[in-house]
Design a protein around this ligand. Structure first.
Ligand SMILES: Nc1ncnc2c1ncn2[C@@H]1O[C@H](COP(=O)(O)OP(=O)(O)OP(=O)(O)O)[C@@H](O)[C@H]1O
Ligand SMILES: O=c1ccn([C@@H]2O[C@H](COP(=O)(O)O)[C@@H](O)[C@H]2O)c(=O)[nH]1
Ligand SMILES: [Mg+2]
Length: 195
């Protein structure tokens, strides 16, 4: 009988609206559990800032408009990073801010597929009012942390990302955490999923 290949990587997708606290909570999980944090947005920003990048201009425009970058670009960046880590025997990942729409899910299945197992996803729910306040006081110099871009990001999140989260929920994979509270209160709940 032919043996099925085991996945090389374990991936928890970290999803939620802009400013819900995905990066903040991921950093705490890295510290306590030694998982690798891959923020799709950070990878895209790094690619955008890479001199001579063939996709730099496109990424820059999409981010400012709060639009979702074509999946071929994002998934290639994610897989490259994952493979690098796996070669160093780091196999547990938090993939933050991806997948963001149905096409992202399709691209992930096509390109990553059985290379990674996704046991569950974290979903950080948060009110827009709280998220907007956090984003406007983040002060990291992001080109999309302004009222105009934030509104566009919220719209993309509601229209394209929420259906993906709902699908994970339907399949019993979604672990929802309410994020309108302090970092430590949220983390006390988040960490339990990794024990
Ligand atoms: N529970 C919290 N209470 C107050 N401030 C928070 C909380 N969580 C995160 N923040 C702050 O809110 C801002 C946004 O948090 P963070 O960058 O983690 O969100 P994110 O979900 O990764 O956002 P994005 O989708 O834009 O990358 C940061 O300045 C962070 O310090
Ligand atoms: O899978 C992804 C992740 C991100 N983007 C684009 O980047 C920005 C910022 O993402 P953050 O998660 O807030 O850092 C997002 O608004 C998208 O424009 C993407 O296209 N695909
Ligand atoms: Mg983030």
């Amino acid at each position: 009988m032919e043996e099925k290949a085991q996945p090389e990587a374990q991936v928890v997708f970290v999803l939620g609206g802009p400013g819900s606290g995905k990066g903040t909570q991921s950093a705490k999980l890295v510290e306590e559990f030694g998982v690798v944090h891959l923020s799709a947005g950070d990878l895209l920003r790094r690619e955008r800032n890479t001199p001579g990048s063939e996709h730099g201009e496109l990424i820059s425009k999409y981010i400012k408009e709060g639009k979702i970058v074509p999946v071929e670009i994002t998934v290639a960046l994610l897989l490259t990073e994952m493979k690098k880590c796996v070669s160093e025997k780091k196999t547990s990942f938090l993939v933050d801010g991806f997948p963001r729409n149905e096409d992202n899910v399709r691209g992930w299945k096509e390109v990553v597929g059985s290379y990674a197992k996704v046991p569950f996803i974290l979903f950080f729910s948060c009110s827009e009012e709280v998220m907007e306040k956090r984003l406007l006081s983040r002060k990291q110099g992001r080109t999309d942390d302004n009222v105009e871009s934030i509104r566009k990001r919220f719209k993309t999140y509601q229209e394209s990302s929420m259906p993906v989260i709902k699908e994970f929920e339907k399949n019993g994979l979604c672990r929802e955490i309410s994020c309108d509270r302090s970092v430590d209160e949220i983390y006390a709940e988040v960490r339990k999923y990794f024990l």
